[in-house]
Ligand binder design. Structure first.
Ligand SMILES: NC(=O)c1ccc[n+]([C@@H]2O[C@H](COP(=O)([O-])OP(=O)(O)OC[C@H]3O[C@@H](n4cnc5c(N)ncnc54)[C@H](OP(=O)(O)O)[C@@H]3O)[C@@H](O)[C@H]2O)c1
Length: 313
């Protein structure tokens, strides 16, 4: 009998809890953890076939975890948004860890719903039905009410106008992270050179008290935000990404939605999902469904643009 695929989880939050539960129900998979901060090495140095790192969004914060897991001979899946295309943040670290992974014969992948699917893998799939891509518009409206408190606070929910503005200035309020990464994944596959990426982030204030699962937003504080990212190529907007996140989208007259427009000859292509993809279920599923594609992928730091689709096997 074939030995099971061993998967160890580092980070004992939502993603790890949900993805490990999915994998525990799956035959041929042995799950270790999820392990919290105090038990880091039980995951990162487990020598498991795959180490899942679901802790923070930032490459700098997970780089040593990736290094130790790779040195221990494990493939790595991480939900850190910046890891979806680490060259966008820190090419030296990306190159160093890519080289280490090649040397050890293992694969590293940044995966999730966004980045990892909604603004990149799915966009590339839709591009398959047009003869030529002129430009891209991807819109996503997300109900944030199920997110954990730490993530909500960092992306910009539950702040006064002043603390949102100050957080944006000093980098502690980030909005949703990962759009430059998705844009680079798509550009890389389509052979497009991005000249620059313009970014906008604006708060959305609650008109009344709003209760999310992990926090309550007072009237006048931020209940969400709007983001616009525009990747410029050839002096024009080539890829526009619009993201609205809100803990109670109905109160601003909108509902969760995903829409991809590929502009090209013969009318291009338009794909829309209403209601939009569920962030918690979607991300946990993509992580769980990436285990086998990462095990069979070529060594090195790869992106979702390099791999076949994630499927539940
Ligand atoms: N790419 C995607 O689509 C996608 C999807 C989902 C999530 N994410 C990202 O993945 C990360 C995890 O998401 P989540 O929803 O599981 O978050 P969560 O529920 O807040 O859980 C995070 C876990 O990681 C731990 N942690 C936080 N910072 C850490 C650090 N610097 N070192 C070690 N452990 C740390 C936390 O421990 P404490 O409780 O002790 O702080 C907690 O156990 C977030 O940054 C999120 O933005 C990305």
């Amino acid at each position: 009998m074939e030995s099971p695929v061993r998967v160890a989880f580092y980070g004992a939050g939502q993603v790890s809890t949900n993805a490990s539960a999915i994998l525990r129900r799956r035959p041929g998979v042995e799950v270790l953890g999820p392990y919290g901060r105090a038990e880091r090495d039980s995951a990162v140095r487990s020598g498991a076939d795959v180490v899942v790192i679901a802790t923070t969004s930032f490459l700098a914060a997970i780089a040593d975890d990736v290094r130790d897991a790779v040195e221990g001979g494990s493939n790595v899946i991480t939900t850190a948004e910046e890891a979806a295309y680490p060259w966008a943040n820190d090419p030296a670290t990306a190159d160093r860890l890519d080289a280490l992974a090649r040397e050890r014969g293992v694969t590293v992948l940044g995966a999730g719903l966004n980045p990892g699917f909604a603004f990149d893998a799915l966009v590339l799939t839709v591009c398959g039905v047009v003869p030529e891509v002129e430009s891209l518009l991807v819109e996503r409206l997300v109900d944030l009410s199920g997110f954990g408190e730490t993530v909500l606070h960092r992306i910009g929910v539950g702040h006064s106008a002043e603390s949102f503005a100050e957080g944006r200035r000093n980098g502690t309020v980030t909005g949703h992270v990962g759009f430059p990464q998705s844009m680079n994944v798509v550009a890389g596959r389509l052979g497009v050179a991005i000249e620059r990426i313009d970014r906008e982030l604006e708060p959305l204030f609650a008109g009344e008290e709003l209760a999310a699962a992990s926090l309550t937003v007072a009237p006048g504080d931020t209940a969400g935000f709007r983001q616009r990212y525009a990747a410029i190529s050839g002096g024009r907007v080539w890829f526009e990404a619009l993201f609205t996140g809100h803990v109670a989208p109905g109160t601003i007259g909108v509902e969760p939605r995903d829409a991809i427009t590929v502009r090209g000859p013969y009318g291009g292509a338009h794909v829309e999902a209403t209601p939009g993809m569920n962030p918690q279920v979607g991300s946990a599923s993509i992580v769980a469904n990436s285990v086998r594609r990462v095990v069979s992928a070529p060594p090195g730091w790869v992106t979702v643009g390099d791999l076949p689709p994630a499927v539940p096997v």
